[in-house]
Design a protein around this ligand. Structure first.
Ligand code: ADP
Ligand code: MG
Length: 258
């Protein structure tokens, strides 16, 4: 398995050049939930394309279908109809095992609620995806240490999640999401449980992964101001439909990098 080492060398002076291959393509994707007699059209015919290396915010009010769409792209759920192609893989054509591999190797995910395992230390939480991927113990230790250093938590490596602040817990979740060096980072309201200063620290890390590791970022948020600070494209959902799609110049890096 390749090492994260190169990426952990002193910050690269230039950003990874964006590639032109589409990272994600969805064609008329739907996800309907049946509740008794009623059908909820959580995702109602969404077609979009996201370039590899882009940083996209998915916006919309509560219940507009943001998490449902993200979970479909993550391979956590299957569409009712339509197709999703990520990094050249048509998710509908993958077997269960292949889909599990896809979730493990192609996608890193972070959630509003961190989703760490409380009985495990920081190190154990971060190396968990590597255990599932059957990476040997020494390599696991090395890669997880690198990921933990990358999020600035080397001093907390043997702590349990309950001994950490919310912001630190989300850093651990980020380290876990990047330890397998996935191409795609899917984040569902990653700062939703954090105060704004702590949230900014998390967003700066996600921004750094996008720029220096070349990870494609798709981030769900209902906060337009946050999206405008970091994303290069804003996609708006309402009632499961894509209602607007706009380029954006992220304000927090204006004139600083690129
Ligand atoms: P958002 O993330 O934008 O708040 P969601 O994708 O979570 O929206 O939900 C979209 C719609 O689908 C909502 O009406 C929600 O109640 C419904 N929904 C989401 N998940 C389920 C489910 N597992 N079963 C039934 N309805 C669901
Ligand atoms: Mg949601």
């Amino acid at each position: 398995m390749a090492s994260l080492n190169d990426n952990l060398a002193p910050a690269a002076p230039t950003a990874v050049p964006p590639t032109t291959a589409p990272g994600i393509r969805t064609d008329n994707v739907t996800r309907h939930y049946t509740m008794g007699e009623a059908t909820i059209r959580a995702v109602d015919g969404i077609s979009l394309q996201i370039d590899a290396g882009d940083f996209v915010a998915l916006l919309g009010s509560s219940g507009s279908g943001k998490s449902s769409l993200l979970n479909l792209i993550a391979g956590l759920d299957r569409p009712t109809s339509g197709s999703i192609v990520v990094q050249g893989s048509d998710l509908a054509k993958l077997t269960r095992l292949e889909l599990a591999q896809y979730r493990l190797r192609t996608v890193g995910m972070v959630f509003q609620s961190f989703n760490l395992i409380p009985s495990m230390t920081v190190h154990e939480n971060v190396e968990l995806p590597l255990r599932f991927a059957e990476v040997d113990r020494r390599e696991r230790a090395k890669l997880s240490r690198e990921a933990i250093e990358r999020v600035g938590l080397a001093a907390r490596i043997d702590h349990k999640p309950t001994q950490l602040s919310g912001g630190e817990q989300q850093r651990v979740a980020l380290a876990r999401a990047l330890v397998n060096q996935p191409k795609l980072l899917l984040a569902d309201e990653p700062t939703g449980n954090l105060d704004s200063k702590t949230g900014t620290g998390i967003m700066d890390l996600i921004d750094n992964f996008n720029r220096t590791l070349g990870m494609t970022v798709l981030m769900v948020t209902h906060e337009r101001s946050l999206a405008e600070r970091y994303a290069r494209r804003l996609i708006f959902l309402a009632d499961g439909k894509l209602v607007a799609d706009e380029p954006n110049i992220p304000t927090h890096t204006q004139g600083v990098r690129q």
